[in-house]
Design a protein around this ligand. Structure first.
Ligand code: ATP
Ligand code: MG
Length: 555
């Protein structure tokens, strides 16, 4: 159905069943459509099970290959999203029965439901695997919260039917966004049991409220995020986690193997022992031996290597990396929980990376590790040149330790702390448009102060010696460059040295002005530049800066 059709339907002038109040979030208003009520409470209403598509999409054609192809296509999530958008655009609240199922669909759903019922006993959520060290409350919560809604139950039955898993057991973890269940898969011939983990995203409306920042700017979610439809929304999160896991797994980074995906349910490899006990989170890792300090140190180095590998090879920033989303076993760190991970071209990826670096540093410092400054790690992760494999990664980090400006006295240690603080608050330009004063930055490069630029290691080449004055360029060339599009928009029209360029916000520049204004402005700037040229920048450096940052804008 097209958007117009939806708008013209009697369902169109529907009032949202939620009202937003500052500091209180969304509150439910009186009339909530039943299908939404049901999603909210998890359990379906008993009397209208056959009424709409509550179960129908579970039986949609969901060939995994088809799904994979969809992922492989450039549009990936965008495609999925747009399709969904077409169905829901124009209606204030997407109604789950917009698309009336064809008459025989009911029969087929019924048939399939009854066919699956033979597996019902294989979902046994009574067994709760919870590590003793984890808090007891959580284990109790696991028992009470693991009641599955009917849709999820159906999906699990379907997965059993298809052999993705043989049995589903108790919750390993219950959280606000997702529950993770243990499962077992028996080999048909040998009967050997393999543990699996199943992550089930929750469809409650409030939980995903703060997730938008990961979506805005993510090209895989182009067009945003349909907050009106929880089911579709969590489906996208599960898909994103599945997809990110695939990338990370195929890069050889320790993480759960992604195995199957259906709507909001993700089956993955189990990180734990044969008895079904999950590996502890890094936070709860209990290192043993008389070289515990050394072990923490090398885990730290291992994790920095993984972060670089994730950035350079998988093109991902975890964006929620901490001791809670890393599992530990036998000297190895396993990365989990990657649904919110973003690609480097996400407008806030570097900010998320900086946050990840801070979390990791804070944790290891608490463990007594001599950590590297955030800025050094940021550069280590983002610089394109350099190793992406072990043991070279660890060697590169060892070099960072050797060459780092050793904080030998208190004063230097304090200076390093200040620098870290500055770095944490520094504005990070993500694209060419966001580099407000390129000439000033180029000048810094020329003076050997390039390392002060937060993005210095994202440049194509690192610090380049400035050419002798006037070498290899002339004024004409520089003028003509001003006429051209991209270079021009970054010209020195903002030559004032104030701190405002570090403020977040809309980039300033000529592209926001109208044509006449622009011409006038250009003349004035040219005049001013004539003066400024007395301290001319070496052009090759300017070019380098432009090309390296623009690599990130055009992709
Ligand atoms: N593949 C796995 N093998 C073993 N345990 C796992 C696996 N995946 C997740 N877990 C366990 O489940 C917990 C929660 O998983 P995860 O971090 O992916 O969920 P989450 O999105 O953080 O959920 P929430 O935020 O709702 O708590 C982990 O801390 C870990 O203990
Ligand atoms: Mg987590």
């Amino acid at each position: 159905m097209d958007a117009e059709g939806v708008a013209a339907s009697p369902a169109a002038p529907h009032q949202p069943p939620y009202q937003y109040t500052a500091n209180q979030g969304y509150e439910q208003t009186e009339q909530v459509p039943r299908e939404l009520l049901r999603q909210q409470n998890g359990a379906p209403l008993a009397d209208d099970e056959e009424e709409d598509d509550y179960l129908e999409d579970i039986f949609d054609d969901d060939d995994q290959n088809e799904q994979d192809e969809e992922w492989a296509a450039d549009g990936d999530l965008t495609k999925t999203y747009n399709r969904q958008r077409q169905l829901t655009d124009g209606a204030a609240i997407p109604r789950s029965n917009q698309q009336k199922p064809k008459a025989n669909t009911f029969a087929s759903v019924d048939d399939q439901v009854s066919a699956l019922s033979k597996h019902a006993t294989k979902i046994r959520l009574d067994t709760v695997k919870q590590d003793d060290e984890r808090d007891k409350d959580k284990a109790d919560r696991a028992t009470s919260e693991q009641v599955l809604d009917q849709r999820t139950r159906m999906i699990l039955l379907q997965m059993i039917n298809r052999g993705a898993v043989s049995e589903v057991h108790g919750a390993i973890s219950t959280g606000k966004e997702a529950n993770v269940y243990g499962a077992v898969s028996y080999d048909e011939e040998t009967g050997a049991a393999t543990q699996r983990a199943i992550k089930v995203y929750k469809t409650a409306i409030l939980v995903f409220k703060d997730r938008e920042r990961y979506i805005t700017g993510e090209h895989r979610f182009k067009g945003g995020f349909d907050k009106g439809n929880n089911r579709k929304m969590v489906k996208l999160w599960a898909e994103k986690e599945y997809r990110n896991l695939r990338r990370i797994y195929s890069a050889g980074i320790p993480c759960p193997e992604p195995l199957a995906l259906k709507l909001h349910v993700l089956v993955m490899g189990f990180l734990g022992d044969k008895k079904g006990w999950a590996y502890p989170r890094l936070r709860d890792a209990n290192l043993k031996g008389d070289d515990v300090d050394q072990q923490w140190q090398s885990l730290y180095v291992q994790l920095l290597g993984t972060m670089r590998r994730m950035y350079q090879v998988c093109k991902l920033v975890h964006a929620d990396l901490s001791e809670y989303n890393i599992l530990y076993h036998d000297g190895k760190l396993y990365i989990i929980d990657v649904s919110q991970s973003v690609e480097p071209d996400h407008p806030r990826s570097l900010e998320f990376l900086r946050m990840d670096i801070k979390n990791v540093g804070d944790f290891f410092r608490r463990k007594g590790v001599d950590t590297l400054p955030d800025r050094a790690i940021f550069n280590f992760i983002t610089v394109p040149e350099g190793p992406v494999e072990e043991p070279e990664l660890a060697e590169a980090i060892a070099k960072l330790y050797e060459t780092r400006h050793a904080a030998t006295n208190e004063e230097e240690a304090a200076a390093e702390e200040v620098d870290t603080e500055v770095f944490r608050n520094q504005y990070i330009p993500q694209t060419l448009e966001q580099v407000y004063d390129i000439e000033k930055d180029v000048k810094k490069l020329g003076l050997g102060e390039g390392n002060e630029l937060v993005y210095s290691k994202l440049l194509a080449d690192q610090v380049v010696a400035p050419k002798a004055e006037g070498e290899g360029e002339d004024e004409e060339e520089e003028d003509s460059e001003d006429e051209s599009g991209e270079g021009a928009s970054l010209g020195s029209d903002d030559s004032d040295d104030d701190e405002s360029r570090f403020e977040k916000g809309r980039p300033r520049g000529r592209k926001f002005e109208d044509k006449d204004e622009k011409k006038q402005h250009k003349l004035a700037v040219k005049e001013a530049k004539r003066e400024k040229r007395k301290e001319k920048m070496p052009k090759h450096m300017k070019k380098k800066l432009v090309s390296s940052t623009s690599r990130k804008t055009k992709k």
